[in-house]
Design a protein around this ligand. Structure first.
Ligand code: ATP
Length: 753
């Protein structure tokens, strides 16, 4: 029976691949043609060719990305209709659907239908492919009554989900379109507006669901998000590398991936810092500290400033300076933007003194202007103005603030001297992750410098004129090409193609302008997805919210896994402030990663964190119990080496992580030179990776070996949460070696399986 059903599916699948080949060949042919085509050599002809190239190569890349697992399901409706679900929509020459894209509304029943609520579906079939060959089909019977006698005989049952979960890990996250579960599907297809918080324990699929949601939103709201873009924020670069294949494998390439510290563009903010420094700098009070630090640069001297210019003695009294400052700030609150107003006022005060001395009746308007110009160019005057109100960059402000105890004490009077010592550092110290949000805050409060404003205005007017000309040109090109039937594009692609030509023409005229979606500090996005959202500090949220002015966001996280002392304690507290009445929560409750045997250890740790918390339910058992061994400190490295060797044997092709306390990372890195280390960007490509807790967030491995659990506990105030994170990284096997803390000795020591 199974063979027969497989043969039936093979017929359909072969037809789908044949269609895919036709489309791909066509895209390849189109691409090749435009690449070799002679152009007249003008800029516009080149731009036209580049636009065609981008259109066809984008289409070719999309058609190639769906090769693996093109079709993965079939729905048999009670009405008698039957259709296949896959990674892309395909039609035959008569526009009959061969395959339905998983993101379309009709495909939703594939993920949502249950026996209790069949939604008009009698059978859901999972189809497994190896290359282009159907190797298995698994059926879920949803409405037995609707299934005819002979159809009942064709039912094939085997759990598609479990077979996918048991597979060895590769160091890269995979897409899960074939096995999305109902509670996950509801989250993926939730509407675009507002903030959706997805809370769920470890391994419940928060990350993978968030990425599929990005693909769904880009597909469903293509026009809107095509313009404004999607930003995915993850905890560190190792994690971003772990997930960076998921969206391209779903055919989506137009997404910006970044860590929080990359959100302030232009600096690399990765230097290490103490947990205490990160806590202090992550608190909301820092917004006021930055504001006060800026104000601290605007000086009102206690005594009048006197100086000579030509024969005149000029005087600037504290009152006049204070008045000029207040007036400027009332007109324009941003420091750098208000400075020119302040400068004009001071120059006027000085010019008036000279005019008074000469006698008003002898000085005309043009003379006053000349006089002001002269003052404005005088070195003494410029030096005084810079002293009273210097122009500042965010980088200068933040580095000066954290290198001067005096400035810091004045700007942050609530900090104790011990707290100030925790954040003080040399002027030229490297940027740390918590600096990014402070630099961003400073940039907001300072505003651009005069030079940048002038440059930007000039660029904007030039760009507007060029864009208009390009749009007209692009419309002409598309009309001519369509009339001459030289291009074949779908009606809905015309606008996109026109924009592409306009954009490319612009780039030829101005090659420094960004190509694909680029990012800078002022970028805003139509939708923002934040993973491990519980780790972000209050200051990080302020920065992030500036990138999501529409407040269309998906935040995924687990408060029990919070490692950072400045992380989120309550979603309500955070979101009632930023998105009042525009946020909703969804919960994921099933753990797809960690088998029940390992969750026994995780559960003991979770109840030590908070006895009221319940772990997610594991979807599978492995029969392999975790191995906990109280190894004395002096033997730990040897025990680790032995464990690595035996785990490699046990898991064969999969991946192993050795997780150690952050403070002992270098020590273990020296002791285990053959293991991939986190300073290496390809750390996850090796068979064994050495990680600390922050680096292991969001990742998973077939086998996890935790060294020195007691060290992990004492390393931070959130040591229990850190241990919980480490334990729940395992998909099959867990080994814990070293001094065992109380919370683990309670879990019965088990003999090695
Ligand atoms: N429906 C599904 N089908 C197949 N695999 C799934 C499904 N849902 C989740 N998984 C797998 O479960 C594992 C855990 O998922 P994911 O990393 O998204 O969990 P998480 O909730 O983000 O975990 P954590 O909070 O611990 O980082 C991944 O390997 C993922 O591919």
């Amino acid at each position: 029976m199974l063979e027969q059903e497989i043969a039936v599916e093979q017929g359909d699948v072969t037809a789908m691949y044949a269609r895919l080949d036709v489309l791909r060949e066509k895209a390849r042919g189109d691409l090749g043609r435009v690449q070799v085509e002679e152009t007249t050599g003008t800029d516009q002809a080149r731009s036209e060719r580049e636009s065609f190239t981008k259109l066809y190569s984008g289409r070719f890349a999309q058609l190639s990305s769906v090769e693996r697992g093109l079709c993965f399901g079939r729905i048999d409706e009670t009405s008698g209709e039957r259709f296949h679900i896959g990674r892309i929509g395909l039609f035959d020459d008569e526009y009959n659907p061969l395959l339905i894209d998983w993101r379309t509304p009709v495909a939703q029943v594939f993920y949502r239908a249950t026996a209790a609520e069949p939604l008009g579906v009698k059978r859901r079939r999972h189809i497994r492919l190896h290359g282009r060959t159907v190797v298995g089909v698994d059926d879920d019977l949803l409405d037995a009554a609707a299934l005819g006698e002979n159809e009942r005989g064709t039912l094939i049952g085997e759990a598609a989900l479990l077979s996918s979960l048991g597979a060895s890990r590769t160091g890269r996250m995979n897409e899960i379109v074939a096995t999305i579960q109902s509670e996950q599907d509801e989250i993926i297809r939730s509407g675009l507006p507002g903030v959706l918080v997805v809370q769920g324990g470890p391994g419940t699929g928060k990350t993978v669901v968030a990425l599929h949601r990005a693909a769904y939103l880009l597909y469903t709201y293509r026009e809107q998000l095509g313009r404004t873009g999607v930003l995915v924020v993850g905890p560190n670069t190792t994690f971003l590398r772990y997930i960076d294949q998921v969206l391209p494998s779903l055919g989506e390439n137009d997404v910006v991936l970044a860590t929080v510290s990359e959100l302030y563009s232009g600096v690399t903010a990765t230097a290490p810092e103490s947990a205490e420094a990160a806590r202090i700098k992550g608190e909301l009070a820092m917004a006021d500290v930055i504001a006060r630090a800026i104000a601290g640069f605007r000086i009102v001297p206690t005594k009048a400033i006197r100086f000579k210019m030509n024969a005149d003695e000029l005087v600037l009294r504290p009152d006049a300076i204070r008045k000029a400052q207040r007036g400027a700030l009332a007109a324009q609150p941003l420091h750098n933007r208000a400075r020119p107003i302040f400068v004009r006022r001071i120059i006027k005060t000085l010019a008036n003194q000279i005019v008074d001395r000469i006698g008003k009746q002898y000085v005309g308007d043009a003379d006053v202007e000349d006089l002001e110009q002269e003052l404005f160019q005088d070195d003494q005057v410029l030096e005084i103005l810079d002293r009273l109100w210097p122009e500042l960059t965010p980088e200068l402000l933040v580095s000066v603030l954290f290198s001067s105890d005096e400035r810091l004490a004045a700007a942050a009077p609530y900090l104790t001297s011990a707290e100030r010592s925790a954040v003080l550092r040399p002027l030229s110290a490297a940027w740390t992750p918590s600096d990014a949000a402070l630099l961003d805050e400073a940039a907001e409060l300072l505003g651009e410098t005069a030079e940048v404003v002038v440059g930007r205005k000039r660029e904007a007017s030039e760009a507007a004129a060029a864009a208009e000309a390009n749009r007209e040109y692009a419309s002409g090109v598309v009309d001519i090409e369509l009339t001459a039937e030289r291009i074949e594009i779908m009606p809905w692609e015309i606008e996109q193609f026109r924009d592409l030509i306009a954009q490319r023409t612009q780039q030829l005229a101005n090659p420094s302008a960004g190509g694909d979606r680029s990012y800078d500090r002022t970028s805003v996005f139509g939708h923002v997805i934040v993973d491990e959202a519980q780790e972000l500090s209050a200051m990080d949220w302020r920065m992030l919210m500036r990138r999501a002015p529409r407040r269309s966001m998906t935040l995924v996280g687990d408060i029990a896994q919070t490692g950072s002392a400045s992380g989120v304690r309550s979603w309500a507290e955070l979101l009632d402030h930023y998105a009042p009445r525009r946020w909703r929560t969804a919960e994921l409750t099933v753990n797809y990663r960690t088998p029940s045997e390992i969750m026994t250890v995780a559960t003991a740790i979770l109840s030590a964190i908070d006895p009221t918390l319940r772990p997610p339910t594991s979807v599978r058992d492995t029969g392999t119990r975790p191995f906990l061994d109280a190894v004395p400190a002096g033997c730990l490295v040897d025990a680790l080496k032995a464990a690595i060797t035996s785990e490699q044997r046990a898991i064969d092709e999969g991946r192993i992580a050795v997780i150690v306390p952050a403070t002992r990372y270098d020590e273990f890195a020296d002791a285990l030179p053959d293991v991939a280390h986190t300073h290496d960007p390809s750390v996850l490509d090796g068979a064994v990776a050495l990680l600390d807790i922050p680096q292991s967030k969001g990742l998973e491995f077939d086998s996890v070996i935790i060294a020195d659990p007691q060290g992990i506990l004492t390393n931070s105030d959130r040591g229990l949460s850190d241990l919980y994170v480490a334990v729940t990284r395992a998909t099959k096997r867990l080994t814990i070696l070293g001094e065992l803390p109380e919370v683990l000795t309670q879990v019965r020591r088990t003999p090695r399986p």
